[in-house]
Design a protein around this ligand. Structure first.
Ligand code: PHE
Ligand code: FE
Length: 288
């Protein structure tokens, strides 16, 4: 998930100076591995025809279908060969600059704990299923791998410019909740969607949310919710287009521009939007 809050300001006991901890793979119980397998089986059935080609290809290439919680060392070895990324364990949320430094160096930080069996559908803190099943397959895609590395550098720059709120929305609406238009139709690539069985249906099929063509400045001005299904999804035409709009763009002047403008409320549609689906917002309204 996006790094919004953190509790600690120095690494906890047992963690290294860069906040990493051993995954401690041998300590997982059979029940914990079984939780992974249950979640995996459910998503594996749902995702063909829903997840982007890049995501499905990554899942395959990394052999995430092997039983049990992946061992980060073995996973990193496979991922390293494909795109030079690694997966490292951290104790929950880490400070923003630590998160960005790892990312800028192609190290993806993941939680090592797994949700309890009574939390299969929802957890607040990202666990190993969200972090590994949700995020890591996309890191096997060379274009997305470059995007996330550049995002890490951009994160530290946004910190200096006081623009983290704006950059964080880009992460939210792409890395976590992004949709892509593929020749066969809309597909999901955001980790928050692919790791959630209910949202992987809702994001594509439900009449409630807006689906809007991706526009960088628009996205960086748009509020989001962290407590329920999204009311807006932004659709990129391709990962190459996302890369061009972000990696090859200097954000400093954009931050100046958007900081002088009001935030856009969650479900609002603007006259300048490319609307793919105008949502009814019935789901959000039914929740009060
Ligand atoms: N190009 C952005 C900047 O100038 C950094 C960035 C790259 C942000 C990729 C997001 C994704 O700050
Ligand atoms: Fe996440």
């Amino acid at each position: 998930m996006a790094q919004e809050t953190h509790v600690l300001d120095r690494p906890p006991e047992g963690a290294s100076a860069d906040w990493t901890i051993p995954q401690n793979w041998d300590a997982y119980t059979p029940e914990e591995h079984a939780t992974w397998d249950t979640l995996f089986a459910r998503q594996a059935k749902l995702l063909p025809g829903r997840a982007s080609n890049a995501y499905l290809k990554g899942l395959e290439a990394l052999r995430l279908s092997e039983s049990g919680i992946p061992n980060f060392e073995e996973l990193s070895e496979r991922l390293m060969k494909l795109t030079g990324w690694q997966v490292i364990a951290v104790p929950g949320l880490v400070p923003d600059d630590v998160f960005f430094d790892h990312m800028a160096n192609r190290r993806f930080v993941a939680g090592n704990f797994i949700r309890r069996p009574d939390q299969l559908d929802y957890i607040q803190e990202p666990d190993v299923f969200h972090d590994v099943f949700g995020h890591v397959p996309m890191l096997a895609d060379p274009v997305f791998a470059d995007y996330l590395e550049a995002y890490g550098r951009g994160g530290n720059r946004a910190l200096e410019l006081g623009a983290l709120k704006h950059l964080g929305r880009l992460y939210w609406y792409t890395v976590e909740f992004g949709l892509i238009a593929e020749p066969e139709g809309l597909r999901i690539y955001g980790s928050g969607i692919v790791s959630s069985s209910a949202e992987s249906i809702f994001a594509l099929d439900d009449p409630s949310p807006n689906r809007i063509g991706f526009d960088l400045k628009r996205v960086m001005r748009t509020d989001y919710r962290i407590d329920d299904f999204q009311q807006n999804y932004f659709v990129i035409p391709s990962f190459e287009a996302l890369l061009r709009a972000t990696v090859e763009t200097d954000f400093a002047p954009l931050y100046g521009e958007i900081m002088a403008q009001p935030d856009i409320p969650i479900a609002e549609i603007l006259p300048t939007d490319t609307v793919i689906t105008r949502g009814t917002q019935a789901y959000a309204r039914s929740k009060g």
